[in-house]
Design a protein around this ligand. Structure first.
Ligand SMILES: [Zn+2]
Length: 451
């Protein structure tokens, strides 16, 4: 309770600037170069988007809306925000601690995880969400597997809510051992507070000991709970990946509500089973290669339709940078295949937007620029040296190979402007840095004193 109170006091004192838009929020994004990322939709130069409240209500030329706040997008790319389909935002305040030979990710993050108090969770997930937003990511699928009690779960949920990002918070257990049952009662409580923007899911794991019937019974109860409550489920398939994937298939857990993460070294028939069951798949090229799962070769997974990309820990991947994720995926594929014609940059952009949204079941609300969808939009300003020298044509390769988060000038989530003129709105950056670094420092000290 004391921890919970601390979180509430902290949030009230340091980040009081409100991001809440007026209920009749109307935006007119004018004359941008639209890259809508729809199935058949072509790019539309010099096109306007009208947003009312949280929805895209009209896309067209020369729209008129006298009551609207106007955003001039001439000479800029207007795209759906990126969808980071898998993250662990609680790891954000462990940046620089994964030192490979001197400290591998799993043992280091497990040790630090135990020292995290609810306000540490809040700082990590809040700053991590803002970092995503700053980079043009408007949705995250956050696999929250460091919940030691209701106050930890509450802190994470509040952080996502406060940041303004769209999220599914996949409520997990206290660690990766799968010995403890997920707190389904608290998950149900939080579910009652969920909104169309911040939803709940189940951060599920298969037993480490695949032969343990007792452990499977526990996992089964969690899975059934999620199905009954219509909550989306994510599960990691890595490590002993073949056996884990087979267990999911044999026990009939593959379904449209389940999204498999990593699926490293998956066999073609296992991916076929996932596709036939209508399940989703998330690949996280930067983190997968960093922890030594092997090369993430997109081509090997092409048979799974519902497929997306994830950051998988801002600190593990280095940053919440979807452009870097796309470049890593692209270079891995062309380098491995010794084929410069691979991959298609536009398909990569689709993977980071529309297909990522579909991979976690949010395709109806986000991932494209379409009338009726939620207004989750990024505006990329190419008028910088790193994007200069582009004479025209399809800008997909320009964005994939040359854009940086600093080119993301405007970010809108659910109709609210969270980044404008290159700056996060309503955030005292100096205070945020101070508080986030203080939390990281305290965490490290406490973790060392616990040894
Ligand atoms: Zn993960």
């Amino acid at each position: 309770m004391a921890s919970k109170l601390r979180v509430m006091l902290f949030t009230a004192s340091c980040f009081s600037a409100s991001l809440t838009a007026a209920p009749d929020n109307t935006l007119l994004i004018r004359q941008g170069y639209l890259i809508p990322m729809t199935v058949h939709g072509e790019d539309q130069p010099f096109t306007d988007i009208l947003v009312r409240n949280n929805q895209i209500v009209k896309i067209g030329k020369n729209l008129v809306a006298p009551d609207a706040k106007v955003i001039d997008a001439r000479g800029k790319y207007v795209m759906p925000g990126f969808v980071d389909a898998h993250n662990h935002l609680w790891v954000t305040t462990m940046r620089g601690q994964f030192r490979n030979k001197q400290g591998k990710f799993f043992p280091v993050s497990n040790k630090l995880a135990k020292a995290m108090q609810p306000d540490d969770i809040w700082h990590a997930m809040y700053s991590g969400s803002l970092e995503l937003l700053q980079s043009g990511v408007t949705t995250t699928g956050d696999f929250f597997d460091n919940i030691h009690g209701p106050a930890w779960g509450d802190a994470g949920f509040r952080a996502l809510e406060k940041s303004g990002i769209r999220a599914i918070m996949y409520y997990g257990g206290p660690d990766k051992t799968t010995k403890n049952m997920i707190d389904l009662e608290h998950l149900a409580e939080l579910e009652k507070q969920s909104t169309s923007r911040v939803q709940l899911g189940l951060g599920w794991r298969v037993p480490r000991d695949l032969s343990s019937q007792q452990n499977w019974a526990m996992r089964d109860e969690e899975y059934r709970f999620a199905v009954q409550h219509k909550l989306p489920i994510q599960v990691h398939v890595s490590g002993d990946a073949h056996a884990m994937f087979d267990a999911l298939i044999d026990r009939h857990y593959l379904s449209p509500t389940l999204t498999v993460v990593h699926a490293s070294d998956a066999l073609p028939q296992q991916l076929n089973s996932l596709q036939e069951a209508g399940g989703g798949l998330v690949l996280t090229p930067v983190s997968e290669q960093r922890v030594g799962y092997g090369l993430t070769l997109l081509d090997e997974f092409k048979g799974v339709e519902r497929q997306g990309l994830g950051i998988d820990g801002n600190a593990l991947s280095g940053g919440a940078n979807m452009f870097e994720t796309l470049r890593t995926a692209a270079l891995t594929e062309s380098g491995y295949a010794k084929d410069e014609s691979l991959p298609d940059p536009r398909e990569l952009l689709t993977l980071a937007t529309r297909r990522s949204a579909e991979s976690i079941g949010l395709g109806a609300s986000t991932g494209t620029l379409e009338e009726g969808k939620r207004a989750d939009i990024q505006i990329i300003n190419p008028n910088t040296l790193n994007m200069s020298g582009f004479g025209g044509g399809d800008p997909a390769a320009l964005i994939v190979y040359s854009a940086q988060p600093t080119n993301v000038e405007t970010v809108i989530v659910d109709g609210r402007i969270l980044k404008a003129d290159g700056k996060l709105q309503g955030v005292n950056m100096e205070e945020l840095m101070r508080a986030t670094n203080a939390s990281a420092k305290g965490l490290l000290e406490r973790s060392e004193s616990q040894m």
